[in-house]
Write a protein of this length. Structure first.
Length: 354
């Protein structure tokens, strides 16, 4: 079940009380153990919505030592949480299956919502969260496009002050990015608290200066998708070859530097300014074709993608993707930590010279 399949509105929300049944967690993500070393434990967290994103958030928070209460009306919630426990039994006491929304948010410091990407549904859900969660709890949505101002439309100023977006890239327990997007009435201190929490979990949050539909990551992804779809529609290249191009060029480069810094390097001694002076005119001359993103227009593209990769991504393909991403992150962490200690004969010679 995906997050968009969840219906978290119009469910029974009794007052919180009583001990919820035990559930499960998942294996800590790389780097999270180090992120919490020597620091106090995170306060209790509620994860509302147990689709792909919600379960990954639960894994992340539990891996950082936070008690996590997870709620979702899906009938197999206990089973999917038990599956997580099977992989990481050491976290069993940290992930708790809540019986209702009120029980999930009772006494928590943070509510991480990952429900349907539906403005009306989120507006209603956050109205419920404001009623049942503690007054000091941050009310955060994982929405990939809906703004905090929209979600908080029915709230008082006091409640809207603690509502914001924390949009991850999938899966949140692996990908470092969290886009922090405050709404028109979000309090600055709520943003600072959110930044502290996600940094505490080993994430690299970025605060947007203004609300924009789709935020930043998805807008960039959308631009690449539109150009890729247009190239396939025009018969220039196949979907698999588009992926090969990105995987073996832009993907590798963007794992190390972003587009601006990469072009800044490409400009040599003149930096980005020189890049635009020399390459900018030819870039500007590239023809732009607006793809047909309608269901009929995308049908041949979808068919070619399915022909290349099957009707859906296999579990093995997803595991491979995550393993490669984790490897890239390990290399980045090693480089950020500084040069490795020298070993071998060269190191011994250097030691004797001291």
């Amino acid at each position: 079940m995906s997050d968009s399949d969840l219906d978290l509105t119009n469910v029974d929300v009794p007052a919180a009380g009583g001990a919820p049944p035990s559930g499960g967690s998942d294996r800590p993500a790389a780097g999270n153990q180090e992120a919490r070393a020597g620091q106090p434990r995170l306060g209790p967290v509620a994860v509302v919505g147990a689709g792909t994103i919600g379960l990954s958030w639960a894994r992340l928070f539990a891996s950082c030592g936070a008690p996590v209460r997870i709620f979702d009306p899906r009938p197999d919630l206990a089973e999917v949480c038990a599956g997580i426990v099977a992989e990481a039994p050491e976290c069993e006491d940290l992930l708790i299956v809540a019986k209702c929304l009120g029980e999930a948010v009772d006494g928590v410091r943070l509510v991480q919502e990952s429900g349907p990407e539906d403005p009306a549904a989120k507006t209603q859900l956050f109205a419920d969260l404001a009623e049942y969660a503690p007054d000091e709890a941050l009310l955060v949505s994982s929405s990939s496009a809906i703004t905090a101002s929209t979600i908080a439309a029915r709230m008082t100023d006091a409640d809207a002050a603690r509502v914001l977006i924390a949009h991850p890239f999938n899966p949140p327990h692996v990908m470092p990015l969290v886009e922090i997007v405050p709404g028109e009435r979000t309090a600055p201190e709520s943003v600072e608290r959110a930044l502290a929490i996600y940094r505490r979990c080993g994430k690299e949050p970025v605060v947007l200066r203004a609300e924009a539909a789709g935020f930043v990551g998805n807008r960039l992804q959308n631009a690449v998708l539109r150009e890729a779809a247009g190239l396939v529609q025009r018969g220039v290249v196949s979907p698999a070859d588009v992926d090969a191009v990105v995987r073996n060029s832009l993907g590798l480069r963007w794992a190390a530097v972003g587009p601006f810094e990469g072009m800044h390097m490409g400009g040599g001694g003149q930096g980005f300014r020189g890049f635009m002076e020399h390459i900018g005119p030819s870039f500007a001359a590239i023809d732009i074709h607006e793809p047909d993103m309608s269901p009929d227009g995308m049908a041949p593209v979808v068919e070619q993608v399915e022909e290349a990769y099957g009707p859906y991504a296999s579990a093995e393909a997803i595991r491979r993707r995550d393993a490669i991403q984790a490897g890239v992150l390990r290399v980045r962490e090693e480089l950020d930590a500084g040069p490795p200690r020298r070993s071998g004969p060269g190191a011994q010679t250097a030691a004797r010279k001291k």
